[in-house]
Design a protein around this ligand. Structure first.
Ligand SMILES: [Zn+2]
Length: 122
């Protein structure tokens, strides 16, 4: 998971998963691990992104109500939280994907039997 937080390949820990802000490498440049293992595989990262963003949004909302409840109106805090959650989800996108790939590597290391067969056919 630490490799995931560093946006590195979960297999070798050396290769970068991303080559730009949103552009991902298909494979690890160091060890060749496939990052997008199957169609729809990376959708799991949405759970990471949604979960972390929702928890932080709730904590921020409670913090605003608790500490600034008398200074900020409901509309102002809603606008601030909307901006925060959208910006955070975009910023966290790469980490969510990287953490998803690392989580998956922990439970289903690449290559599994089917992927090994496909790699041999390449
Ligand atoms: Zn690698």
């Amino acid at each position: 998971m630490m490799r995931g937080l560093r946006l590195r390949c979960p297999k070798c820990g050396r290769g970068q998963i991303f080559r730009g802000w949103f552009a991902m490498n298909d494979r690890c440049p160091e060890c060749g691990r496939l990052f997008d293992r199957a169609p729809g595989y990376l959708l799991g990262s949405i759970y990471f992104n949604y979960g972390v963003t929702a928890v932080l949004g709730i904590v921020a909302y409670l913090g605003l109500c608790l500490f600034y409840g008398k200074l900020i109106t409901g509309r102002s805090s809603l606008a601030a939280l909307c901006v925060f959650t959208i910006a955070f989800a975009l910023w966290f996108f790469r980490y969510a994907r990287s953490l998803w790939i690392a989580f998956d590597e922990r439970w289903d290391p690449w290559p599994n039997e089917e992927e090994r067969r496909r790699e041999a056919e390449r």
